[in-house]
Design a protein around this ligand. Structure first.
Ligand SMILES: *Cc1c(COP(=O)(O)O)cnc(C)c1O
Length: 407
């Protein structure tokens, strides 16, 4: 397809991808104060105390535990459920491994449900079909910053007495019908890893309003030690997933920038989505009416039946026009990863299956919508440094390429 790969003489997007300055004076000021402390330990640490107070201004959760990663935050939430081996948590097949790692370490079973083809979030009907007597929870993963259909998921959870864990790692600042993500389920879990909207290198936060689970969060992230009581006689097994003062110092400064970052990303993403409506062969992502998408990145689909070329050729044509487009997101649905296909979770074995607590066979799992999304999806960076003018160029480039390559 020479039309798809010949570089344009003058690309429509004639500038590099704008890059925001992510850390600066605010972080330095906090870090300077931090290094003059005589302890960098999180418990009662001034930076971590400030982090919890500031976090609560954005996410008013009663019980919060700052931790070492988003993966840790999700593991802590799962651990708080005290799963029996073989109990199940329903998850999305398009996510980060961090969503499922904690479930497997707690001897639980991730059960993959299929996705809505336009929001890329859990399809409530598929979730309903995935429920068994062993189901304990639904993990609502707000992919790319687009809120899940929480109304439907919460209704299913209530009907079946299930816990809802919200994975908000990609969805800082996103709102479902006006409510920030992480406040509607039983747990809200957040990531401060380097790539997220706000970041401290690596860090996380887990929170809940539950009087049952709330007081146990710290024990599941801090070796089951009782810091408040100062005693050491762990009743249960728990890892060390503590935050530390350097990370907290950076996080406090980052939280101060959250509203601005999210406002700008939503503006850029919404503008692009509006401009991509009605282009033959291009399917922009859908956001449910009343929800606020915080666009961690931009994820559209191609309607390949309406195009003359493959996804690879379409993406090559976009790149020739200066669009930083990539074919696909993760390479395959999570259940297709080697670790799942080989059930290789603990030294080549999977105790919960080997000892009869589950019959799950990941080689038989099939979520066709998730697979299709990854086969025709195109991702693009999106960030707070992108002006309207830049987004207009990206939209014009996509429109031009689609017009050339539509059937
Ligand atoms: C990033 C991410 C995680 C894990 O967060 P880490 O801080 O990298 O451990 C979990 N879930 C989703 C959806 C993510 O994007």
């Amino acid at each position: 397809m020479s039309t798809a790969t010949t570089p344009a003489v003058s690309p429509i997007v004639d500038e590099p991808v704008p890059q925001p300055v992510r850390w600066g004076d605010a972080e330095l000021a906090r870090l300077t104060t931090m290094v003059r402390q005589n302890s960098l330990f999180y418990y009662n640490g001034p930076q971590t105390t400030a982090l919890v107070a500031d976090f609560r201004k954005h996410y008013p959760l009663q019980h919060l535990f700052p931790c070492s990663s988003g993966t840790a935050s999700l593991h802590i939430a799962v651990a708080a459920l005290r799963l029996k081996p073989g109990e199940e948590i329903i998850v999305s097949p398009i996510t980060d491994m961090g969503s499922v790692i904690g479930i497997l370490y707690q001897q639980g079973v991730p059960v993959f449900a299929d996705l809505d083809p336009r929001t890329y979030n859990l399809d409530p009907a598929s979730v309903r079909r995935a429920i068994t007597p062993k189901t304990r929870a639904i993990m609502a993963i707000h992919l790319c910053g687009n809120p899940c259909d929480m109304k439907a998921l919460l209704a299913i959870a209530q009907e079946h007495n299930l816990v809802v864990i919200e994975d908000c790692a990609q969805a800082w600042g996103a709102r479902h019908q006006g409510t920030p993500v992480g406040l509607m389920g039983d747990f809200g879990c957040y990531s401060f890893n380097d790539f997220k909207h706000i970041a401290c290198g690596d860090g996380g936060m887990v929170g809940t309003n539950s009087a049952q689970y709330g007081p146990t969060l710290s024990k599941w992230g801090d070796k089951c030690y009782d810091r408040a009581g100062g005693t050491r006689d762990p009743e249960e097994l728990a890892p060390n997933y503590r935050m530390s003062e350097p990370q907290s110092a950076v996080c406090v400064a980052q939280l101060g920038k959250l509203d601005d970052i999210v406002t700008k990303r939503n503006r850029a993403g919404s503008l692009l989505t509006a401009r991509l409506q009605g282009i033959p062969g291009v399917l922009p992502p859908a956001t449910h009416e009343g929800n606020f998408h915080s666009y961690w990145f931009y994820f559209l689909r191609l309607d390949l039946a309406k195009l003359k070329v493959s996804r690879a050729d379409f993406v090559a044509a976009l790149r020739a026009q200066g669009v930083a487009a990539n074919a696909g997101y993760i390479p395959m649905p999570v259940y297709r990863y080697k670790v799942f296909q080989n059930h290789n979770f603990f030294g080549g074995t999977w105790p919960v299956r080997d000892y009869g607590a589950t019959t799950m066979d990941y080689r038989k799992v099939d979520c066709p919508n998730a697979a299709a999304i990854l086969e025709d999806g195109v991702t693009m960076p999106l960030n707070q440094a992108m002006s309207d003018a830049y987004i207009e160029k990206v939209a014009r480039a996509i429109r031009t390429v689609a017009a050339q390559l539509a059937k």
